[in-house]
Design a protein. Sequence first.
Length: 1116
Amino acid sequence: MLGASHLAYSQETDSEEEEEEEEVFELSPFEVSASPTDIGYRATNTLAGTRMNANIKDLGASITVVTAQQLEDTAAVDLNDVFLYESNTEGTGNYTSFSVSGNPPTVSEDIQQSPAQANRIRGIGSAERTINYFTSLSQIPIDAYNIERVTINRGPNSVLYGLGAASGLVNTTPGKATLGSDYTRIQFRVGDDSYRGSFNVNKSIIEDKLAVYVAGMYQDQEWQRKPSFELTRRQYAAVTYKPFENTKISGSVEFFSQDANRPNFTPPNDYVSSWIDAGRPSYNPVTRTVTRGDGTTAVVTGIRDYREAGSLNNLAEGISFDWNNTRAAILIEDGDIYGRFQRGVQNNGEPFGVGNTNLDYLATTMNPYELSGYELWTTTQINDKSIYDWESINILSGNSVSSEAVTYELGFSQKLAEKLYLDVGFFKEDYDEDVNTSMGERGIRVDVNEFFLDGSENPHFGKTYVDSVQASPQHRTANNEIARANLAYELDFTEQDNIFRFLGTHKANALWQNRKLRNQWARYREAVISEHDWVDMSSAVFSRGNNAAVLTKFFYVGENGVIENSPGTNGLFPEHPVFGAAYPEGSVGGSYSLPVSYFAPNPEGEFVIDGVNGEWITEPTTVAAVLHDTRADRREIDSQGAVIQSFFWDDRIVTTLGWRDDEATNQDGDIAPTNAAGYRTFGKLDSWNDWDASVVEGPTKTRGIVFHAFDWLSLHYNESDNFNPAPAAVDFFGNLLPNPSGDGEDYGVTFNLFEDKLVARINMFEAFEQNSRDLPGDIGRFTWRSRRVEDEGSWGFRDFLEWKITNRDNLPARDLPGSLNDIGFLQDGLLNSSYPQQYADEIIERAMYPSSYYDGRTNYSDTASAAAEGMEIEVIYNPIENWTMKLTGAKLDSIYSDLGFYTTAWLYGEGGTYENPIEGSRVWLWRDSPEAQFTYTDGDGNTQTGNWFNDRAELWGGNSQIPREWFEPVVKSLLDNAILRDGLPRPQVRKWRWNFITNYRFIDGALGGTSIGGSVRWQDKAAIGNRGLDEDGDGLFESYDAFDLIYDDGETNLDLWASYTRKIWNDSVNWKIQLNIRDAFDSGGLTPIAANPNGAANAWRIEDGTQYYLTNTFEF
């Protein structure tokens, strides 16, 4: 489990061995020195405050060092395990990272794809990751097989990371090759259907000159919900070479690979309970007849709208029209794949579109109350075990992640002169990842359709299914490269026998660093690649990859609303195209055959649908994985900094001053081009925009002071800031978004009692993060959806202006939109051979937009801010050498602020609203301005007057949807929902937390070699939502009550462990066996993590209950 915990073993056995004289080596200030008081869970020194070796008691920042013994005692192997026991840290064991998105909104947990990032510090955001204080890629998880210590630095710290997250960072210190030491450690761990093995070997090759160290780990982790696994392999090698007394060279390399098919950590969305409660109604799509639960029938009429289910259009409660059900679907049951009859096909290159008839399938839906109050409502997840057994079934078995990485580190240390030291380092990470989220997190439904659209019986009628819509697997590469140099000098006036000795001692460090970071993504979709009459290859904007998002797959998992089995892995996404390869390997991947059955109008056809004669046609198609789009960004960050730690008045006053200046340059990559065959290619994967387009520069500062009033009492204060260059993004005004930044303030008191055996530190803090891109709710989604109102191909405002110009100048109708929708038009400066540039310029002027708005490379986004305040308490007590205790406590309040500021200002104007937008804002332009009005006369001489936003007209070519009908539920409702959270507590914030850990080791007697220990973890109730306010008395909630919070129950968890250590094999091997019981006596279940405004929980974390780990360790 823990490679570097050789140190912990040494602590346990030193008292049993004779002390030996060892040569004393002078440590570099860039190395942490041990202290006689470093026992058990206490570590005295750290690099976290100044990048130089410093005593924690001399630092004002909130710093915790997690020792090797604590890691081993608690069986902690990753960051989420560590965060269980520390102050104001949360991981997957006590917190569920999730997002809320969609319309209606649904909860999507973030753990399945990346548990290493599903954590947060101080309720603000996930931890910045560093390795030996080199900024690391957070996607690569930490693992204790090769860790000497874990250091948690809460809040901003410009000395360590002028660029970084305001929440704080976690630094890991990997094992290293140690001169003059030979040891081997082998460890095996089993528990809860999982097993793990690791080894660590250190060998001194040339005494006091050369040493090597190697380590490895293999872990196969499984969960109760099957099928599920996470297979991890890591190999590590390090070397230390000391050619001269004052020179040291070191290097290391680590290989990491992981294949994971993790389970769902929250239940699926519930689209079956209301159907069961309604008596299990069914539907005949041919006659459009609903059979209700009581046996009565009705023909469905009127507008199809899921929000009106159960109240309009003769729909029965529990079922609704689902827009995904109008699409072509692949039906998968017991690994067999079937096609399904669909409405029709289109000739615009989108064969799986909604088609040209009003035929529909129905689907089960949420309860009517959620439907009626949908603007503030979030879909409820299944919490009925008779419907879904969350202990045994992985409902997202088709989602998978495969990743691999290589990490290199080189170091050179040189003592240049007395008290002058140089440290030069190089760090590099290459990361590669495939993420397949084919299953999504949509929820569970029942196939209520008695027949297919052609009248044939539906063999899946009444069966439960989970659907996959718009599956878009991704491939990502990341390259992180850092070079740095540190120069440290100590100036000690106290050694002088004159008045200058009062100037104290000063330790200074100067830093230079250069970091280069590059990210590249490719997204894939399924598309028909075979040739058909209904695929218009002549269209200038045709793209196979771009028009393939509408394929739906239904995975049948049971009967009558009950989930009986996992959906399995058959029928998932085909093999991806080769990342970065040229056409065709890079554009087209694996394929399969699929029969497509559709209705085709034909005067001679025997079927009549909507008064149109036609016939059902079935023809074979070839569906393949194709490249959908690519994205890339790269950053280069140049940094210089300095820090000085000064000691005055016999070290009673210690000050820390730090300054750092960072310049970050950002670039975005070009969009993926489409070739003549209609395929996206990697042709511009390494093509970048203007290097000077986004340069951010600024200083950050740290100021701290510690006053040791007495030997047993110290007071501290610290303030620091930082900023975090994010990928270049703009608001809808065309301005670059400001980079995220943070400010923090810490102050408190430390007690050292009982001859330094007890250390208690109490720290109060305030922390702020401004302009974060970590957007809650649907802020990220409504930004780009707002833009679609401008350029949607069939009724966008740009199309409307084009229509007005064609009528004014008597141009051929509808010739302009197609060409203007083509990004290439604006890049080339040509409309087409017939129309000059003036029309494009006029449309841009009347739309009040610069041409850069249509630049396909532009990343539109918005920001949010967060504030947190609270307290952190840490008490470590070692009453005797073989008994250690640690108590941590935390108080926290954390809220959102400034949500969606830029998008709101763009839509409504500053201070404006949807009902009363400010003149010049977008809603004003779309709805209230003279530009939005029209007069239309059809071919029969009938004249219609109205405005584009509110009124339907034949000028839209028969499209029945008007912009308002799309904007209000798809954009406005999401925006309102997000903005209403402004000033509200962040999800799952708990006012108080307390953790207690202890371990007692019997030295001799009958129990000699035995250790016993445990921990108690108590959490206060968590805020999981706010009750709603019915402001107009209509029975619906229009806003949240900021003062009426909804809480879950607090909880207490107990961990137990015991170990036994003895010598075996003629006393040549030290053997230790340890049993850990985490969450003892916990039967598992569901813990609420979110609630609707009526006070009822709508989302839960799945608790796995008691976990057992048995570990055997051999050291020699």
